[in-house]
Ligand binder design. Structure first.
Ligand SMILES: C[S@@+](CC[C@H](N)C(=O)[O-])C[C@H]1O[C@@H](n2cnc3c(N)ncnc32)[C@H](O)[C@@H]1O
Ligand SMILES: [Zn+2]
Length: 305
């Protein structure tokens, strides 16, 4: 069994979760100088964690999410991310000035809480030749992510632990509906690199609110500005809104894939519905060299996504 190509390409960007030393590929394993060894699983992902992972999405949630994406219901969001990523093409110190297709070949895109890798795959399609790293605690999700695109390396890791990536290795971070550790985003981003962060607005899936007891916290926006803004410069905000025509089965799946699934109201049957997608897409920049002093206190922004 050969090593998945993206892992082989990305090995030198990674660091050991035990000793923080650099990793290299040896047979089907990633190994550091102290011989801490991490095997690439048959399903194509590698686990870079100390101890057991905190729970991520389970197999049912992942299957529901994959079906909703396959049906195209979140395509406008994937397109908005790909467009925003395309605009950053050539960003990042040392590669950016050559804003050519060649520059994309070396680019590294890290998706934190990547889930099935669907959005990351869409972004990689817009950056041919770039390497994608899908990071999540959910093994079922990463099995999908490892298959979602030929350029994705799937890594089981916890966003609340130090990320298993070396400093200044990533051109673009994605964080879509997932927990955000802004200090670690800033550490792994190259100077001049970009983070695209997506949060739902209170209108997101609002038509389904009678079916569950979950509401988007209006303070989320203020928290995003405070936590991520403490480490990266806010460069833009974009509202992304779309409409989903869902049949009853789709409605079940949309609930199942989100926190709403765990808070379903008893005795209310899902019906076909026209449902709003509504998110904010925020763009943050890592300051260029010189503007980065004082960024490394290591405090973790616990916002939970
Ligand atoms: C709401 S889903 C979003 C998935 C994907 N970004 C998308 O938009 O389809 C949140 C994801 O974060 C993952 N997750 C939750 N806690 C995590 C943690 N501490 N570290 C890494 N991933 C985590 C879950 O397993 C899940 O895949
Ligand atoms: Zn080590």
């Amino acid at each position: 069994m050969s090593v998945p190509a993206p892992h082989a390409r990305g090995a030198t960007l990674l660091r050991c979760p035990v000793c923080a030393g650099g990793l290299r590929m040896a047979d089907r394993s990633l190994v550091c100088d102290q011989r801490h060894t991490f095997d690439v699983a048959r399903h194509g992902h590698v686990t870079l964690l100390r101890g057991a992972p905190p729970t991520g999405d389970d197999a049912e949630m992942v299957a529901a999410r994959a079906a909703v994406f396959d049906a195209g219901h979140y395509a406008p969001l994937t397109r908005a991310l790909a467009a925003a990523a395309g605009e950053t093409r050539g960003g990042g110190k040392g590669r950016g000035d050559a804003a050519s297709a060649g520059a994309a070949a070396e680019r590294v895109v890290l998706d934190l809480g990547a889930g099935t890798g669907h959005h990351l795959a869409g972004v990689l399609d817009a950056l041919p030749g770039a390497l994608g790293i899908a990071l999540d605690t959910s093994r079922p999700a990463l099995r999908h992510a490892a298959r979602a695109h030929a350029d994705i390396a799937a890594i089981v890791a916890d966003v609340w632990a130090p990320l298993p990536l070396r400093d200044d290795t990533v051109d673009l971070v994605l964080d879509v509906f997932s927990p955000r550790n802004a200090a670690e985003m800033a550490r792994v981003l190259r100077p001049g690199g970009t983070a695209l962060v997506v949060i739902p607005t209170p209108e997101h899936l609002a038509e389904l609110s009678e079916l569950h007891g979950v509401h988007v916290d209006p303070a989320k926006v203020e928290r995003l500005e405070r936590t991520v803004g403490a480490h990266l410069e806010l460069a833009g905000r974009e509202a992304v809104r779309w409409t989903m025509e869902l049949d009853a089965e789709d409605v079940e799946r949309v609930l199942e894939m989100s926190p709403a699934g765990a808070h379903r109201r008893e005795g209310v049957t899902p019906r076909a519905a026209t449902v709003s997608g509504s998110v904010e897409l925020w763009t943050f920049r890592s300051p260029d060299v010189g503007g980065r002093a004082g960024l490394w206190p290591g405090d973790l922004a616990d916002d939970g996504g």
